[in-house]
Design a protein around this ligand. Sequence first.
Ligand code: AMP
Length: 352
Amino acid sequence: MIIGIVGGGQLAQMMALAGFPLGMRFIFLDPAADACAGPLGEHLVGAYDDTTLLSIMAEKADVVTYEFENVPASAIAFLHGKVDVAPNDQALATARDRFNEKSLFRELEIPTVPFATVDSLDDLKQAVAEFGLPAILKTRTMGYDGKGQALLRTESDVEAAWQSMGSVPLILEGFAKFHREVSIITARGKDGEFRFYPLSENHHRDGILHTARNLHNDPRQEQAEGYARRIMERLDYVGVMALELFDTDEGLMANEIAPRVHNSGHWSIEGSITSQFENHMRAIAGLPLGSTESTGYATMVNFIGTMPAREKVLAVAGASLHDYGKEPKPGRKIGHATIWSVQPLDQAPEFD
Ligand code: AMP
């Protein structure tokens, strides 16, 4: 079975590593000649919306998936009718635009922060007057790892944020008072079967995920599962989806969805009977899903900008190293380690 993946980064790489033992082979589309998934299959080098290359992919692949939500909608529309694409274009259109995604939460009665579209300075002032400060101004599309966001603390930040960001469609969000950030990774098969991973507790540094660990019997698990189920049923979703949540005194609030495998589920490679990557492959191929049960405690640490010495990581008991083979650059995720343990770790090890 041939799987087409739009994108050839580390998520595509880990999907291919999980799919290989299932007999799957891979074809990637990525503009970077040195895309890190490239060596694991056939690599079509070109733009995500290059219709000649998309036609080759549609011709060769049995099913196409993608590793990030900023794939141009036109690329997925082009594939329509030529090859099976999962998750579907409705899921992609929802997840790539923060306004669509928060509107869906509202429609499904899933709590989220107050939000409003901002297309002028007047819109922004009106929304700030309504939600109060602090508030967060975000681009509706193309934001990731804290990019395309401005925290508005005082009135004096409002105009400056508009000046620097106002050229693209925006959304203002009220500020969530949360005591922790969690996410739930869920797989849904072609037959509608669900498998939920245990909640992940996530910590960010400079807006980028730094550590994530699997929780055991968390009191918010059931609530998170209910929200993920509602979203995936509404979108007729097939594959793995991540739902990022704020845990507040009033319960969980949805922040965003990712229509794909997610960084906060990397611990599932070592920490679960079936990883998120394998379950995504199984789901889109119409195969039975695997158990999402944890095999122990698993804590993932991202390597951002620089890789620690291999010897240092591998000297930690229970550590597994994932070096994506990417060129180090500031702010770039180039690898991670997962520390597996029988008992929960007091804290994640520091490698830098
Ligand atoms: P996002 O790109 O929406 O995932 O935002 C990145 C990070 O910014 C989140 O993980 C939170 O730590 C923080 N953040 C985003 N939106 C809000 C919000 N409305 N209220 C408080 N913190 C937020």
